[in-house]
Structures are given as structure tokens and as C-alpha cells.
Design a protein around this ligand. Structure first.
Ligand SMILES: Cc1cc2nc3c(=O)[nH]c(=O)nc-3n(C[C@H](O)[C@H](O)[C@H](O)COP(=O)(O)OP(=O)(O)OC[C@H]3O[C@@H](n4cnc5c(N)ncnc54)[C@H](O)[C@@H]3O)c2cc1C
Length: 349
């Protein structure tokens, strides 16, 4: 039998967990996976983004290489989440109605052919009729989508990974190359660290939201004419509702702003169909501030070969779409590993 080998996956966010689970299917008997991360699903840190996410899937137009790549990854993830919602009730994924309201749609949204081409896979996609569109809104669609209780989903994936024989180690790496030394016999390191290690293209996009107990039956996103966003995302398994939210590139403020909270809640009570059981008031659980790990040009998904026969497989920089593209990214990352002979070609049973 060949020498045993440990594949190290750095990062226990939605990208690292999805990738680790995906590659477990393609391990040869001599290979195993060790997940190394500073933060795991039970930890709370502003620099560990996944548990702070809404999270939902919504149609995003565009024709740039990044937009097309992400649309393809999002489509595959959409189909995967439909299966998870049906087969794994404890995962915290639910299929519900999604609605988009835009006050000032860009040309990309108005290109109905392009939109349909990218999103033909969405269940029940249709434009809203004039009498369904709220005042001030110029473009509205409805579609079937998924919402996910992000901390529950991450914990669920970690549990699956461990049950399939995966190992985990809490450790903060000073450099990506250090991962080759955290355990013996490491030939491949998969870098799902969110921002990467000192990549000049990486940056953060701050997001502030508010988690409330009030339930809502659909996930609605409204893009306002002044460039701000309003959205509500119910969290399955009685996880409350996320009311959002801000998108602030390079803003490192870790503290929630009370003015922002007041604005988000005021807009939500105007625009979203919350039931009045709390007397028109929001029952706030907590403010949330997170840092989306973004990268100019989109995610880095590539193999870096080192001189000594070792490889680093990079998969980081998911920005604001980590959940939406997670399974497609895991598939693409594992695909690169297969092409480079780092995994075996046949899925294990
Ligand atoms: C308010 C908000 C709302 C959002 N809503 C949505 C949404 O609706 N839909 C959607 O798809 N996405 C949404 N996102 C974006 C989504 O959360 C991110 O894209 C996603 O969480 C990124 O996952 P990741 O695994 O790349 O990074 P992370 O979750 O940050 O995980 C990075 C991992 O790498 C580890 N790590 C980093 N550096 C080191 C080191 N030096 N040593 C060891 N380990 C290290 C960390 O500990 C962690 O385990 C939202 C984000 C925010 C903030």
C-alpha cells in the first residue's frame, strides 16, 4: 500500500467545510483530511464570517468572467441545497419564496434575455405584475430560493465531516506553508482561509444586520435608489429573521451602529410583511457585524505547485456570496485536485 498522506484543509467556514466534505468522497484508502482552523462553528469572531451570514440565494446578473463563473457555481449550489433541504432536515436549509424589488435597476438587470439565460434553473421565476409591484419600484421578480441558518449549517457540515472520518485541529497559522508541518506526511494544503495570506487583492466588505425574533414568510431584497439595500432573511429551525443590511468595502469598524440598526428596522417595518403579533415592534435578539472576505476579480481557485513536489490549492475570496457558491466552489476545487493527481478519480461509495 502507498504511504499514508494527510490533506490539510485550512478554514472551517462554509468554503472550507464544503470543500473538505466534497474531497472526502475522492480519497484513496491511504489519504485522510485534517481541517485546520483558527475558528470552528462554535466560535464567535468578527473575522470568522460564515456564522454571521444571512443567508440566502438571489439572482445576480452580469457578463464579466467573475459573474459568469459565480452564476455557474451558484446554479450547482442551488441544486445541491434543494437536495439538502429535502434530505437533511437538521441542516438548517429551507426552500421558500424569494422576491427582488429594485428602485433603479442597472442595464444588466434590464437585459431580460441575459437574466433569463443565467437563471432559467430557478423554480417559478417570473416578473411581478404591475399591481404586485410596490410604489417606487421599477423592477421586481419572484422565484423559488433557499434560506439557510448559517451557524446551524456550518455545525451540521462539521459533524458530517467528523462522522466520515475527518480530523480537526484548532490552530492559527502564521503562513500558509506552515500547514505542511502541522501533522506528518502533508503533500497537499487546501487554502480556504477566507482572505488568504497577505494577498494584495483581498479586502473586506463590512456588513451590519440585525437578528430579530419576528417571523416572515419570504426572503425579500430591496435595492434602493440611493444605493442602500434592505433585506429580510428568515433563518430556518426557529432561528429568527435577519434584517439587513450594509455593504461597506474596507470599513474595519467592529462595532454595530445604533443609527444603522434604527434605519434597517424602520425600512423593514415599511416594506416587509412582518406579522403584527409583536404589536408592530421588532423583538431584537442582537446586532451583527461581519466582514465578507472579498477579492478583486473574485475568488482565487488555483493550484500553486511548490518546488518540493508539494501543492497549495487556493480557494478563498468568496466575498458576499460564499453560501450561494459554496458547493460549486467545492466541486471546482476538487476538480482541480483530480486534474493534478492529488485525489483519486473515482468517488468512494
Ligand atoms: C452580514 C452578512 C450577510 C451575508 N449574507 C450572505 C448571503 O445571504 N448569501 C451568501 O452566499 N453569503 C452571504 N454572506 C457572505 C458569506 O458569509 C461569506 O462569503 C462566507 O462566509 C465566506 O466563507 P469563507 O469560508 O470563505 O470564510 P470564513 O467563514 O471567514 O472562514 C475562514 C476560515 O479560515 C480560518 N482562518 C483564517 N485565517 C487563518 C489562519 N491564519 N490560521 C488558521 N485558520 C485561519 C478561519 O478561522 C475560518 O475558519 C454574508 C456575509 C455577511 C457578513
Amino acid at each position: 500500500m502507498a504511504d499514508s498522506e494527510t490533506i490539510v484543509v485550512i478554514g472551517a467556514g462554509v468554503i472550507g467545510l464544503s470543500t473538505a466534505l466534497y474531497i472526502q468522497q475522492y480519497l484513496s484508502p491511504s489519504q485522510s483530511v485534517l481541517l485546520v482552523a483558527r475558528d470552528f462553528p462554535s466560535h464567535e469572531s468578527i473575522n470568522y464570517t460564515s456564522p454571521w451570514a444571512g443567508a440566502h440565494y438571489r439572482p445576480v446578473p452580469g457578463s464579466s468572467p467573475q459573474a459568469l463563473r459565480e452564476a455557474d457555481q451558484a446554479k450547482r449550489t442551488y441544486n445541491y441545497f434543494k437536495r439538502v433541504a429535502a434530505d437533511e432536515p437538521a441542516a438548517g436549509v429551507k426552500l421558500i419564496q424569494g422576491i427582488e424589488h429594485l428602485e433603479a435597476p442597472s442595464a444588466e438587470y434590464l437585459d431580460s434575455q441575459g437574466m433569463r439565460k443565467l437563471h432559467a434553473h430557478l423554480d417559478g421565476l417570473r416578473y411581478l405584475t404591475k399591481d404586485e409591484v410596490p410604489a417606487g419600484v421599477k423592477w421586481s421578480v419572484t422565484y423559488g430560493t433557499w434560506v439557510v441558518n448559517s451557524p446551524v449549517y456550518c455545525a451540521h457540515m462539521l459533524r458530517k465531516f467528523i462522522l466520515k472520518g475527518g480530523q480537526m485541529k484548532q490552530y492559527t497559522l502564521a503562513d500558509v506553508r506552515e500547514a505542511f508541518s502541522v501533522t506528518p506526511k502533508v503533500r497537499t494544503v487546501v487554502n480556504c482561509s477566507g482572505l488568504g495570506f497577505e494577498d494584495p487583492k483581498s479586502f473586506i466588505i463590512r456588513g451590519q444586520t440585525c437578528l430579530v425574533r419576528n417571523p416572515v414568510s419570504a426572503t425579500i431584497t430591496r435595492q434602493n435608489a440611493d444605493g442602500t439595500w434592505s433585506f429580510c432573511i428568515p433563518r430556518p429551525l426557529d432561528g429568527g429573521t435577519i434584517i439587513g443590511g450594509t455593504k461597506q468595502p474596507n470599513d474595519w469598524d467592529p462595532n454595530p451602529s445604533s443609527e444603522t440598526r434604527a434605519r434597517l428596522l424602520a425600512n423593514a417595518s415599511k416594506w416587509f410583511p412582518f406579522t403584527l403579533e409583536s404589536g408592530g415592534q421588532f423583538d431584537v435578539i442582537r446586532d451583527i457585524v461581519g466582514r465578507r472576505p472579498a477579492r478583486k476579480g473574485g475568488m482565487r481557485i488555483e493550484v500553486e505547485k511548490l518546488a518540493d513536489g508539494k501543492s497549495i490549492v487556493h480557494a478563498y475570496g468568496a466575498g458576499g456570496r460564499g453560501f450561494e457558491i459554496s458547493w460549486g466552489v467545492a466541486e471546482d476545487t476538487a476538480g482541480l485536485m483530480l486534474e493534478n493527481g492529488l485525489l483519486r478519480a473515482q468517488a468512494a461509495l
